[in-house]
Design a protein. Structure first.
Length: 363
């Protein structure tokens, strides 16, 4: 996480475009992850980019005077794995105007191409849910606290950023998802909260796993809804740890799995299982994005690290790419293609923008 460029973002519209004037288009506060290319389309064959190994899914795009074009997108490989850590040098810009038979390459240096701070337009929230039923408290609490502390350290940025937040909840047999720490950008506050967990925290030794899944999903949905109301684009990750199966039987298994399956597409689900009493099939469905299983408590920290890496990658595969276009007012609608290269892999996406009002002076 510490070596990955920090991406994820809060969009109050004018904050995004302050360096280049007022923007022309409003921003949609919903991610588009169902369509592989999002709001983009396949690159024109005239560019002859070759077979794509990477997928650029355009989530939104907007322009700002005097001539800035901003594209917000997610990069993944063809299997859906996120690709974090890209820089402006990894991208090539192509434009096609009304007089061009194909696209022309735009100099990255002359166009001031850059990956801008995504905290301007997007935020990431992690909902960590811990099983603190009797079996955990009596046999693996020390290991769980160590693993959870490592998870927090890996997922949260080294320096506090309001665009990265985490909340921690826990469950036992009660019909309640207990709050350990509310959503915060303060990593140390989260670590302190975990350190203060004691073996007498629970009053009900049973396990209400399905209730925890349902309630955690509702929390993640509400967090996204609040982001939309504040005109921000957001994504959430729900991470659930348990060492067993649902024993409380307060909620049907199908209700919990249905909740996960039909959840907002902007929510990723991860699960971590411990020991031999878990139902790996159920946890795999709950952790539909990724699931890991520890055979014993000594493996717990490693498995938490595995999931923290995946959560970080997911969060940091979103980019706000911006450049100053050489197109000027009167040129009308222009085609734009962006190619990304990561090692020996490449991919591209095509879209268009209107240069109405564009002049020089953008930087």
């Amino acid at each position: 996480m510490k070596t990955i460029c920090k991406t994820i973002y809060t969009i109050c519209f004018f904050c995004m475009v302050i360096s280049c004037g007022n923007a022309d288009d409003d921003v949609n506060a919903n991610l588009n992850l169902n369509n592989a290319l999002g709001k983009g389309k396949t690159v024109d064959p005239c560019l002859n980019l070759g077979e794509s190994d990477l997928v650029l899914s355009i989530q939104d795009q907007f322009t700002a005077l005097p001539g800035k074009v901003s594209i917000f997108f997610k990069v993944s490989d063809t299997e859906g794995n996120p690709v974090p850590g890209l820089t402006a040098d990894d991208f090539t810009i192509y434009e096609q105007g009304r007089n061009d038979t194909c696209f022309n390459t735009i100099s990255a240096s002359e166009s001031f191409a850059r990956i801008s701070p995504n905290s301007q337009i997007f935020n990431s929230n992690t909902i960590l849910v811990l099983d603190l039923s009797n079996s955990v408290l009596s046999s693996s609490l020390v290991e769980l606290k160590t693993a959870t502390t490592g998870f927090i350290t890996n997922v949260m940025p080294e320096t506090t950023q309001e665009s990265f937040k985490m909340a921690i909840y826990w469950f036992d047999g009660e019909d309640d998802l207990h709050l350990l720490h509310s959503l915060t950008a303060d990593k140390q506050d989260l670590i302190t909260a975990v350190s203060e967990i004691t073996d007498d925290i629970s009053k009900d030794p049973s396990t209400d796993l399905y209730g925890a899944v349902i309630k955690a999903t509702d929390i993640a949905e509400n967090v996204l809804k609040e982001s939309t109301q504040k005109e921000t684009i957001g994504a959430s990750s729900v991470v659930i740890f348990t060492d067993g199966t649902d024993q409380a039987s307060r909620y049907p298994k199908n209700a919990a799995l249905k909740k996960v399956k039909e959840a907002n597409a902007n929510i990723s689900f991860f699960s971590i299982g411990l020991g031999g009493e878990i139902d790996t099939d159920v946890l795999t469905e709950i952790g539909k994005t990724s699931s890991v299983f520890a055979g014993n408590k000594e493996e717990l920290e490693t498995k938490f690290n595995d999931i923290s890496f995946r959560v970080s990658q997911q969060a940091n595969s979103f980019y706000l790419f911006e450049y100053c276009s050489p197109k000027r007012d009167g040129s009308g609608e222009n085609n734009l293609a962006i190619q990304v290269k990561d090692g020996n892999k490449q991919g591209g996406v095509q879209t268009k923008f209107n240069a109405k009002g564009f002049t020089g002076g953008c930087n």
